[in-house]
Design a protein around this ligand. Sequence first.
Ligand code: GLN
Length: 469
Amino acid sequence: MKNYSSLIEIQKDIREEKISCRNLVRDYLDKISKNEHLNAFIEVYTEEALSQALIIDHKFKNKDAGLLAGLVIGIKDNICYQNHTSSAASKILEDFQSNYSSTVVERLLAEDAIIIGRLNCDEFAMGSSNQNSIFGPVKNPINCDYVPGGSSGGSAAAVRANLCHVALGSDTGGSIRQPAAFCGVMGLKPTYGLVSRHGLIAYASSFDQIGPICKSADDIRLVTHVISGIDNFDTTCIGKKTPLDINKKFSPKSFAVIQDTLEFSGINKGVSKEFNKLIEHLTDQGHTVKYIKLPLLEYLVPTYYILTTAEASSNLSRYDGIKYGLQVSGKDIESLVTNTRTLGFGKEVKRRILLGNFVLSQGYYDEYYQKAQRIRRLIQDKTKDILAENDFILLPTSPNLPFKLGNKEASPTQSYDEDIFTVHANLTGHPAISFPLGEVDNGFYASAQIIGDYFSESDLIQITKQITL
Ligand code: GLN
């Protein structure tokens, strides 16, 4: 079977009876079993996907197939699917079966997508390299000695290796965009409030968003259209559906490049080179590019980690061995809870729960948590100002290329620093899209991201399509 770059091509071939959904699914299943060494899938829904494919083939024949008919999709293991296990790659939820589906899953199924399995990730989506999973690390399909990025490492690796056509990930501080960049594919972190978080296992609720990892801007557009829009189950979900129709003529745009990101000491030379080529390309296309300063750059990572660990410590308090998942017995209630949490959580998750409780505790609350909230507001205000004068903000997705498996485990803060370019859009809630630029080293790509105004996904997708053509 050919490697399709967009769902539109797949649907065309199905309509012309060159392929069937059933054969398509068989082909993905075959590739999944040949690529088990990547460790991208935690579970594959073989029988279900095959029988669903038969139903969709009939729908094609009856001409009543949904918008996503022919789409074979994988979902990150923190997105709940009724009567299926969702573990967030954690021991504490290893056997947890959800009794309802997340809104995104409901919407995918309503448009005839075929869910082929659940994908590996960092435990509770905490990490940047997919090395914090109880199911073991995911390998980068470009070179198996390297990490695929994280926390949606399984999602990005699966799309890159053609184990499914599209995958859903979640992005709290870059977990869609950075693994997409490490695996040379595209990813969108929607505006906070565009996609419902109902049924997403929470990490940091004021940051978390679900979004697609794809190989083309057209697929990002289709999937975002389907999963977006108001949902009564999530009161923070206020955005209208992202429109499908974006074929309007596009006038030249103004881009603000954050100069501080290019001057950042840890940036890889190949990344800067490819990024500068993109700037030339944009000016050649008639767009304007302006260099601006963001003096708050050095505060992004600390602010992000103070606020997300605070939210995580509260969100993860529900895993007490009584209401959900794993239960380890103890002589009384207190020791039951202690034993369950001691055995159930991994090292990184425990570190963040401790840090979160610390910044929220009496005496430190003002000094850390409240100060970080104020800085978050300053970053938001500054970003709004930039976007009032420019159409988009342009910056690299990650300062570096993928590193070798096993590296950076020794120093968590070194790993946190790698999130410097992605956490910006989560702190402010703006949408950001990441797409690959040229190949730099060892087959790995540099990637860029564009941040746009709130709910401007349609423009982001359109400009990305124009740039990547
Ligand atoms: N690397 C970041 C973290 O560990 C981002 C994670 C995410 O977006 N889920 O918090």
